[in-house]
Write a protein that binds this ligand. Structure first.
Ligand code: FO1
Length: 309
């Protein structure tokens, strides 16, 4: 079975892990957002790629979702002594990843090739596919002007009101061939419960990618990251409002309606299925909160099996 997952960072990686563990014999290809990538002191940091690969490799800091379990911050402490801002908390072992990636990129490898090397060295068997090898960066509009995504998310802890989202570089970005090939051979395509604006949005905005989904004959199932009017984690609801989308599970379905076959909503969200039906979106409810290994695998099984019936 060929499974394709469209994935952002923390929420997406949880479902990725569920699929990876529940379907160990499937060919799992994961298309990953790279619009959160950031340059820190010349190092290429790819938060969503790293969150995903660390999660599948069993290295992730499970409590915070990002970074490496048990990592230390001595390099960052030293950088502070040199007057460097330290709000983006790079751990020592994590810095090794960024050093290796940046070195490989300077040797001429593409981001896809670095991700493939990284996952092989960390014994991850899933195919990890950055959405593009070209630089695409999200910026958030606030009442004080535009700021880079990581400033909004990490430095300001998404406490400022977003009023718009921009994806610099998206028009000239190209998806690597393997991304289109994975979609073409997919038996199921799953859209993770990741932020529909700044995680899944950039993937869908890479020229040609959304069309490939619309044309795919594989069932496409999305899991809503919104329960009621709130995101399970992070600023998805605020960002959806900022770009004029209803901040609800149904709003997620509307955002994907042109290619979506099934929307999976949380069982506690009584309004979601009714609203989705009114919009002509087929929805099914289950527990979508992935708090432990069992619930991740259970949701993974649900989304794959739901598309059979
Ligand atoms: N998220 C935080 O909330 N605070 C951090 O200091 C932080 C550091 C960090 C370092 C490396 C990395 O790969 C990710 C990191 N993240 C941090 C997470 C990350 O920036 C966001 O979760 C994603 O960009 C949103 O998907």
């Amino acid at each position: 079975m060929n499974l394709v997952l469209l994935c952002g960072g923390i929420g997406g990686s949880k479902l990725a892990l569920g699929l990876y563990q529940q379907f160990p014999h499937a060919n799992l290809s994961i298309i990953v957002n790279t619009a959160d990538d950031v340059d820190i002191l010349g190092l290429h940091v790819s938060p969503d790629l790293d969150t995903l690969i660390y999660t599948l490799a069993g290295l992730a800091n499970r409590r915070q979702g990002w970074g490496i379990q048990g990592d230390t911050f001595q390099a960052l402490d030293m950088l502070k002594m040199y007057g460097h801002e330290a709000w983006f908390r790079l751990g020592d072992r994590d810095i090794a990843t960024h050093l290796a990636r940046t070195h490989w990129l300077r040797q001429g490898l593409t981001l896809s090739e670095t991700a493939d090397r990284q996952r092989r060295f960390l014994n991850v068997s899933a195919q990890i596919l950055p959405m593009t090898n070209d630089p695409v960066r999200s910026s958030i509009e606030t009442h004080d002007g535009w700021i880079p995504f990581q400033d909004y998310f990490v430095r300001l802890g998404y406490t400022v009101e977003p009023t718009g989202v921009r994806l610099d570089g998206i028009d000239s970005a190209r998806a690597p061939t393997e991304v289109f090939e994975s979609i073409a051979r997919a038996d199921r395509i799953i859209v993770a419960p990741s932020n529909p604006v700044v995680s899944i949005g950039p993937i869908l905005a890479v020229p040609g990618l959304r069309d490939a989904l619309v044309e795919s004959s594989a069932p496409i199932i999305a899991v809503s990251p919104i329960v009621g009017s709130q995101a399970v984690t992070g600023p998805a609801a605020q960002l959806m409002k900022a770009v004029g989308m209803p901040a609800s599970a149904c709003g997620v379905g509307i955002a994907y309606q042109d290619f979506l076959d099934l929307l999976v909503v949380d069982a506690s969200d009584s309004q979601a299925q009714t609203d989705a039906a009114l919009m002509g979106i087929e929805a099914r409810a289950t527990n979508t909160i992935m708090s432990d290994a069992r619930s991740k695998r259970r949701l993974a099984r649900f989304v794959v099996e739901a598309s059979l019936s």
